[in-house]
Design a protein around this ligand. Sequence first.
Ligand SMILES: Cc1ncc(COP(=O)(O)O)c(C=O)c1O
Length: 420
Amino acid sequence: MLQHATHTISGDGLWLTTEDGRRLLDAASGTFNLPLGYAHPHVVQAVQEQAGRLSHAPSGFTRNASERLGGRLLAHAPAGISRSWIRDATGSTANECAVKIAQKATGRRQVISFFLSHHGQTLATTAMSGNAFRRGSFPAAATAAEALVVPGAYCHRCFYAKSHPNCAVLCATRIEEFLEYASSGSVAALIVEPIQGNGGNAVPPPEFFHEIRRICDRHGIVLIADEVQTALGRTGHMFASEALGLRPDVITLAKGLGGIGLPIGAVLMREELDVLEPHEHSFTGGASILGLTAANAALDVLEEPGFLEQVRINGALLGEALKKLAAEHPCVSDVRGMGYMWGLELSHPDGSRDIPLTHRVIEVAEREFGLVLRGSRYGRGNVVKVRPALIATQDDLAEIVTRLGAALAAATGAGDGVAA
Ligand SMILES: Cc1ncc(COP(=O)(O)O)c(C=O)c1O
C-alpha cells in the first residue's frame, strides 16, 4: 500500500511542535502569514473539502470565486478603492502588479520606495528594496524597475532629533527634494508599508502619510500601500492604512490572506487604475481555488462580530505590558506598534543599536523559554518583533510577555557575546 509522505512537524493554534517533539509558543505567526494561528479548524475544513472537490481549475472557471473574494476585501477597503485583481500567489508579484498598474496608468517609469523597506524578492521588487545588501548581487535588477530609494520616517532615531514640532512632515517633505534633484522626472509610483515590517516595525505618524498623499497628488504619482504584512486584522483593523491615516490608490496584500499559509496575493485599486488585461499579469498558481477558499474562510473568522475589536483591546494591553517590560529592562529603548504587531528596539546604554543582544534574546527565548520571536536581521538588526496570531487571548499574550521578560533577563545577564 502507498504511504503518505507526511511530516512530523505540526502546529495547533499558537503552538508549533517541532520534529524532535518540542512545543514552542509562536509569537511570530509563522512567517507573519498565519493570522489565525496553526491549523485553524474552520479554514482547514474549508480547504480539505475544497481539495476533495477540486484543487485547480483554469482561471476562466474560477473568476466568480476570485471576484467574490475581491468583493469581500473591497467591502473593508479605504474609501475610493473599488476594484480588485486577484491573480497572484505571492506578495512580491502583487507588488509588481501594483507597479505595472502605475506604469501603465501614468506612462511613467520610476518607483519611489523607502530606506529599509521590503517589497519582495523578484527582480523588480529587489530593485525597489530599501536594503542595499538585497540589491547588491543583482546589478541588472535596476532594469526591471528603476527605483529611487529615499529616507522615510523613523521616529525613534529622528533625523531632525525631534527639534521641530512637525518633524514627521519634514521627513515626507524631503521626498519632494529627491523628486526634484534625484529622480528621472518620470515617477509612476510611491510604495510604502504602513508599518515597516522587516525594517524594524517602524510606525510613521499620520502626518507623514498625509504629507506623502499631498506629494503624490501634486506630482500625479500613484500611491501604493504594501499591506502584505499589515492587512487582515494585524493592527486590529482590516487594513492598517485606515488606522494610520494613509489614503492609498492601490493596496497589495498576501501573507495572511492564505489563512493557514496557502499562497495567494491580491491587489486592490481605485477604479481608474483598473487598467491591466489578464495577459499582462497572471500566474498558473495565482488565484488558486485552494488559496481563494482559504482566504474566504479566514475572512469568515476575521469578520465575526467583535473579533477585530478584541484584537484592538488585547493589542493595547499587549503594548502596555511590553512598555512595562521596557521599564524593567533598560536595554529596551523603544516599544512601538499597534494591534498584534509590536517591535522592541534594543540599545546599548549609550543609545547605539545592540544587535548582538537582539540575536541573543531571540535565541535564548526559543532555546530556554520555548518562545518563537523574530528579529530585524534584514532591517536595523536590533528589533525584537512580537506578532502573535490574532486568536491569542489575553492569557496567551501574558504568557508571551512573561517568557520574553525571562529571555531578556537571561540574555542581558549573560554578558556580551556569551550565549545564555
Ligand atoms: C511588506 C512585504 N511586502 C512584500 C513581501 C513579499 O511577499 P512574498 O514573500 O509573499 O513574496 C514581504 C515578505 O516578507 C513583505 O514583508
